[in-house]
Ligand binder design. Structure first.
Ligand code: FES
Length: 258
């Protein structure tokens, strides 16, 4: 984990309140696993003080660039959304663990399920899986057509199904509705999104093996403040716990209480 002022290479609105930000700098050399995140300081002003955790969506080692996709819905991310090409951003990372790409063997099928701003880390993951000869099936959930993004990019990598709450794109309802409509099955599940979505995926049990990435409010991002603690299923009220920022954000499905 390192800290660096990185330069904005491109910054575009790609859906309603959703931005794609590409940064360049030496820090990219540290980014070797899909599913990890960076902690951004968006301003030198007194507020907002906290860094913002944002997942890594695409890593381009050759160009020394990486891309994030984020939703501008809070004070910090709205400030971030004003950054222009050439501006500098204070980046700490990469943090947390990543999705285990090697958990799926060549010739097997991985099901990648993302909800909203949980979709971006699956993009780098999907590329790595395809490179390894894995068949990928994507199921992406959004509120509506206006907030949907990267459907074409995922479609280039493998079968892609979309669910929207209002039915304006793809299946009407949630990702689990698309999974049941298309009877999607595979060997390994990788998922990232809101807790209700992850709980629903746990309950339908579509694969024997799976990994989920938790979206969590964070403080320090490096295991020091205990703001992101979650409990283990085997010891839900006891003293055992996991920190989402440093033990996660990726956990084997069924390990932590959702
Ligand atoms: Fe501080 Fe996880 S955010 S311990």
């Amino acid at each position: 984990m390192k800290k660096q002022w990185m330069s904005v290479v491109s910054h575009n609105a790609i859906a309603k309140n959703i931005y794609e930000l590409t940064l360049s700098g030496e820090l990219v050399r540290e980014m070797n696993e899909p599913g990890r995140f960076v902690h951004l300081k968006v301003s030198e002003q007194i507020t907002p003080l906290l860094r913002r955790p944002i997942s890594i969506a695409n890593i381009n080692q050759q160009a020394n660039e990486f891309t994030m996709i984020y939703r501008a819905d809070g004070e910090g991310t709205k400030i971030l959304s004003k950054k222009k090409v050439g501006d500098k951003v204070d980046v700490l990372g990469p943090l947390g663990n990543g999705f285990p790409v090697e958990a799926t063997s060549s010739g097997e099928t991985a099901i990648l399920v993302g909800g909203g701003i949980g979709v971006p880390p699956l993009y780098e993951l999907s590329q790595r899986l395809v490179e390894n000869g894995v068949k990928v099936i994507h199921v992406l959930g959004f509120q509506d057509k206006e907030t949907a993004f990267y459907v074409d990019q995922f479609s280039e990598l493998g079968e892609t199904y979309v669910a929207t709450v209002d039915g304006s794109l793809g299946t009407k309802g949630f990702v689990t509705d698309a999974i049941s409509q298309y009877q999607i099955k595979g060997n390994v599940l990788y998922a990232c999104g809101p807790i209700p979505m992850l709980k629903a995926l746990e309950s339908i049990h579509i694969t024997d093996k799976g990994f989920i990435s938790l979206e969590q409010r964070m403080g320090c991002g490096i295991g020091a403040c205990f703001a992101c603690v979650c409990h283990l299923k085997e010891d839900p009220t006891g003293t055992s716990y996991r920190k989402v920022c440093s033990d996660g954000p990726v956990f084997p499905i069924g390990e932590v209480v959702l």
